[in-house]
Unconditional design. Structure first.
Length: 364
């Protein structure tokens, strides 16, 4: 919008140019306005009152949220069970309970009006952009695993505990973990063996791929011998590329930024193992993962995600049929995630793996 003072200055310059013989259209083109705009300013009150759009009274849309619905959004978002969750996870949780209050964007908009939308955590966005490596694709559980080790701080400076995690790429379920006092290849080999037995790898015709970084522990001869004995194929990140094992790194980020993670470090190995057990239970059975349509890893690992997502889809269809004016486009996409790729490189390979996926129809 052009301020009233600028309008008067522009019109004065245009009038001066026209008195000198210039054409109106050319003079307006030089100052960056249309000739019709100049004529409208001079014919009406454009040079006395200025632009009337900021003060215009606009009617409230008929399908806008009512005050009661807005109050319900704030009340639900401030319930103790949702206090640490974003609307992206609150809305699916309500859908599983058979409740639809408003869309995710409406939750964000109302909470923003009440100054309740703030960035959580201390992490910064990654800026690395390496070249893509070979693609690993998982279309069902027990096809691709990711594993890594991270340091857990103690209350003694310079002393650490070591957390080993194995993640199923398809379901995002933590299928194996251990917390140890020292970093040793024997711990890693024992964890792989225990996880393979728990997941029934011996009965599978096709053994999973285990992807990890180039750490000395994960590439030790003891670990390689165990993988060979189990029939598991190892896969490694490229040298000096920190995010080739992105799913495991993201899992560690989630773990260390949980409210239960001790800011001053762990007092003992028993406390660290208890925390690890509680975190794995929460992550597998309660955490609605954004990468798998906000179902829990345990639900997806067991194959229950399709029924849950189908129920959410029907709920959204019913909500749209009840108040169609609030839906300008299709309902939210609750179709199951078919294939999960680790470091996608070849689009053709990924497309071939995802072409057989089951896609849930969306509401028209």
């Amino acid at each position: 919008m052009i301020r009233l003072e600028d309008r008067r200055t522009i019109v004065a310059h245009i009038d001066s140019a026209r008195q000198a013989g210039a054409r109106l259209a050319k003079a307006c083109e030089i100052v960056g306005i249309d000739a019709r705009t100049c004529q409208r300013w001079k014919a009406g009150a454009g040079l006395q009152d200025g632009d009337g759009r900021p003060l215009a009274e606009r009617p409230v849309p008929a399908h806008a949220l009512t005050d009661t619905e807005r109050a319900e959004i704030v009340s639900v978002a401030n319930e103790p069970r949702f206090a640490a969750l974003s609307p992206a996870r609150i809305v699916p949780a309500l859908a599983d309970e058979g409740r639809y209050i408003a869309s995710e964007s409406s939750f964000y908009r109302v909470l923003r009006e009440h100054d309740q939308v703030h960035h959580r955590g201390r992490a910064q966005a990654p800026n690395a952009n390496p070249k893509p490596p070979t693609t690993q694709i998982a279309t069902e559980p027990r096809q691709v695993w990711c594993w890594d080790m991270t340091y857990l701080p103690t209350q003694v400076i310079g002393q650490w505990f070591y957390l080993y995690l194995i993640l199923d790429l398809y379901s995002r379920k933590i299928v194996g973990f251990t917390v140890e006092v020292k970093d040793d290849s024997d711990h890693a080999a024992h964890l792989v063996k225990r996880t393979a037995l728990a997941e029934g790898i011996h009965s599978l015709a096709s053994k999973p791929v285990l992807h990890g970084d180039n750490g000395s522990t994960l590439k030790a001869t003891t670990v390689l011998a165990m993988l060979h004995w189990l029939g598991i194929k190892p896969s490694y990140s490229r040298p000096r590329v920190s995010d080739d094992n992105a799913y495991a790194e993201a899992l560690f980020r989630t773990a260390k930024y949980r409210p239960e993670f001790p800011a001053r470090g762990f007092e003992s190995i028993d406390q660290a193992r208890l925390w690890g057990s509680d975190f794995v239970r929460w992550y597998n059975t309660e955490h609605r993962h954004s990468g798998i349509r906000y179902v829990t890893p345990e639900q997806r690992h067991a194959g229950n995600d399709e029924a849950l997502l189908a129920a959410r889809h029907l709920l959204y269809q019913a909500a749209r049929a009840k108040n169609p004016a609030r839906w300008s486009r299709q309902t939210r996409n609750w179709s199951p995630i078919a294939a999960v790729t680790l470091n996608p490189e070849r689009d053709g390979v990924v497309a071939a793996a995802t072409s057989t996926s089951k896609s849930m129809p969306l509401a028209a």
